[in-house]
Design a protein. Structure first.
Length: 173
């Protein structure tokens, strides 16, 4: 065997030993949240935590359905029955520049007036666009109040406003 083969063999044998029950480097007490700690949700590096936030579950479900309708680009979707057609055309045009393949819905926040807002991000192949979705409860259901979208940005461009704030559990992984 040559020197490079010995190095590879040494590296792989060490990795296999670590996976097969070798000594742990991170104590179990740091891997798991402690009693009384809140749930931790995945985070989008632009819009923050992706959990439900303080929004009621029906508002969260309406927001998901609305964003799925936008992603499908179907103005005839049942979720859009009460939406203004001119407003929908504007949204579809703004999203058309990004050609989104998926979306992310940030944690909702209940506003003092009873409305709910969500941070959103649509991700395309080369670009993404973020914004905020506003919902209002009226006529015994959640309805779209407004959606504000920023200008599209290139993938990998986060912008100057975000600072990394990872949880203590994430720093080990």
């Amino acid at each position: 065997m040559r020197w490079a083969e010995y190095c590879l063999l040494f590296c792989f044998s060490g990795a296999l030993a670590a996976q097969s029950g070798g000594p742990e480097t991170i104590p179990e007490s740091l891997k798991r949240p402690q009693l009384g700690e809140g749930l931790r949700y995945p985070q989008d590096t632009i819009i923050g935590p992706l959990g439900p936030g303080t929004a009621p579950e029906p508002a969260l479900q309406f927001a998901r359905n609305f964003l799925q309708g936008l992603l499908a680009r179907d103005p005839e979707a049942p979720i859009f029955t009460d939406a203004d057609p001119a407003f929908l055309r504007e949204l579809f045009e703004a999203l058309g520049a990004v050609e989104p393949r998926r979306f992310r819905l940030g944690g909702g926040r209940e506003e003092p007036d009873g409305s709910v807002s969500f941070l959103v991000r649509f991700i395309g192949r080369d670009q993404w666009i973020a914004g905020e979705l506003y919902l209002q409860f009226s006529d015994d259901q959640w309805n779209l109040d407004d959606i504000v979208l920023e200008k599209p940005r290139e993938i990998g461009q986060a912008g100057p406003e975000y600072r990394f704030d990872f949880s203590p559990y994430e720093r080990f992984f």
